[in-house]
Design a protein around this ligand. Structure first.
Ligand SMILES: O=C(O)CCC(=O)C(=O)O
Ligand SMILES: [Fe+2]
Length: 299
């Protein structure tokens, strides 16, 4: 695989050299505290929902908060990476477990409901008590700024694989250098130019080419990316769920105008703050737009 760097490509990779003991313990904690056999509510209750808001983990309703993660947050390599990228004074903006859920754990009615959704976040279908992790059945190309209206690119996403991730485990698929597109409203117009090259169509109809990289790797591998990097995942084809720890770190925007993230952002030119990041759902977060590039092109 071609080497990419955060500085040039908007995505970096690292091995924090976390012991298998700690990785396996964290994975096991997640696995034993997720009620895989009882995740979903009934179709009847789901249909009664007045909105689909607030279905992701939040303070007080977050399994990762209850886990022993000191080995991660105090990891010397991690701290060095963050000091360089965000400057001193960075903070944890959010952290949670993300689960790529294979179909065998998903009831048929839920599979039918979310068949063509661009972001099959399974949150709304879950029993409320199970909304302490994020469950996906694949997610189409997006930028993580999607969750932050009116916010600048002052944070990064850090992703730690707790499983070995092969092609069948819904590896992250990323488009290096796509942060240069700046913040774009989801969903995006993506087309396949060749097996390894995708085209992004901007508002004026110009197509920009990007290489596509699938991040298969062993457990303990970690990636971190700019909030404008386009990425997504296919649905898992494995029989076991793929669990990862996803952490957002943000910088102190009053300080460190010279950290790596600032330098990269300066090169992007004037930052556009989006007052709406999505056009595929209504004010109650009901998704009305269908279609998923990754799903249609998943072979
Ligand atoms: O792990 C996944 O399938 C989704 C990854 C992703 O895009 C995210 O968590 O921001
Ligand atoms: Fe994402």
């Amino acid at each position: 695989m071609k080497k990419f760097t955060f500085k040039n490509d908007g995505i970096g990779s690292t091995d924090l050299k976390i012991s298998d003991y700690n990785l396996d313990k964290l994975r096991k904690f997640a696995k034993t505290n997720i009620d895989f056999k009882n995740l979903f509510q009934s179709k009847k209750l789901f249909k009664r929902l007045k909105n689909h808001k607030g279905v992701n983990p939040r303070p007080g309703m977050n399994l990762a908060e209850k886990a022993q993660t000191n080995f991660f947050f105090s990891n010397k390599n991690l701290v060095a990476i963050l000091n360089n990228l965000l400057g001193e004074g960075w903070r944890v903006l959010d952290y949670k477990f993300v689960v790529a859920l294979p179909d065998k754990f998903i009831p048929k009615w839920v599979l039918d409901e979310c068949k063509d959704l661009p972001i099959p976040n399974l949150g709304a279908y879950l029993k409320p008590k199970n909304r302490n992790c994020t469950f996906f059945r694949g997610i189409d190309f997006h930028q993580d700024i999607i969750d932050f209206k009116n916010r600048g690119p002052d944070f990064i996403t850090f992703y730690l694989y707790l499983d070995n991730v092969s092609e069948s485990d819904a590896p992250l698929i990323i488009l290096p250098k796509s942060h240069k597109l700046q913040a774009q409203i989801f969903p995006h117009k993506i087309s396949e130019l060749s097996k390894q090259t995708l085209g992004f169509e901007d508002k004026r109809g110009n197509i920009q080419k990007f290489e596509k990289i699938s991040l298969t790797n062993k457990k303990g591998s970690a990636y971190y990316w700019h909030p404008y990097i386009m990425h997504g995942t296919n649905q898992s084809k494995n029989i076991r769920p793929r669990i990862s720890l996803r952490v957002l770190f943000d910088k102190n925007s009053h300080k460190n105008k010279n950290c790596l993230l600032d330098k990269i952002n300066q090169k992007l030119g004037t930052v556009n703050l989006l007052s709406e990041t999505r056009s595929d759902r209504d004010k109650n977060h009901f998704v009305f737009e269908k279609g998923n590039f990754l799903k249609t092109h998943d072979k």
